[in-house]
Design a protein around this ligand. Sequence first.
Ligand SMILES: O=C(O)C(O)[C@@H](O)[C@H](O)[C@H](O)COP(=O)(O)O
Length: 221
Amino acid sequence: MSQARQHLAEQLAEAVAEGLRADLKHQERALLVVSGGATPIPFFQALAAMPLAWERVDITLADERWVAEQNSESNAQRVREHLLQGAAARAKFVPLTAATETPEEGAAEVGRRLETLNWPASVVVLGMGNDGHTASLFPDSRELALALTTAESVVAVRSPSQPLPRMTLSADRLHQARRHFVHITGEEKRAVLANALQGDDARQFPIRAFFACPLATYWAP
Ligand SMILES: O=C(O)C(O)[C@@H](O)[C@H](O)[C@H](O)COP(=O)(O)O
């Protein structure tokens, strides 16, 4: 891990903790939405070390791969291993999977579970892929248009570029949050973001759906 990436993770953790604290001053519980993939791991570790009323924090994911938590592809496993540690283990984690074979069959159950949380989220931390996807809003997915427009909280999605089916929070649900961050590293993602910033069509680069939120960009080489 480069020093710049480590600093980035720590600075993002400070900003996220600050957002949660601000909301916890006037509400009983605050909701944090985090992303999966590899980039967030040092951020999870830095955030877990932040002084916070963790017992009043709910955490869920922007998206999940449809696998058991024991599978190394599971985003929930990353959250449990790297974020729900120490004092942060007192937070309540709400996963996006169900015991059904497919995400299409599990969507209603996951949706009901999410309705027990305190929306809108205080903070959403997005990631971004090299195709401009964020959460599981993939440019080549048949469910993209639905996920970008539905008022439902979650959508089951499949993408020809992805080996596993997914569950994603809808753009609308992510949008409603009070604070939005995107956490990305490396030259390739910088170029993708620069490209995405040139236009507006979210079907081409789904990250565009969040530019106007506004979206605070945390990037390091
Ligand atoms: O489950 C996932 O894969 C995600 O939540 C996804 O949207 C991720 O944020 C990007 O694909 C970037 O992933 P990396 O951080 O691994 O590059």
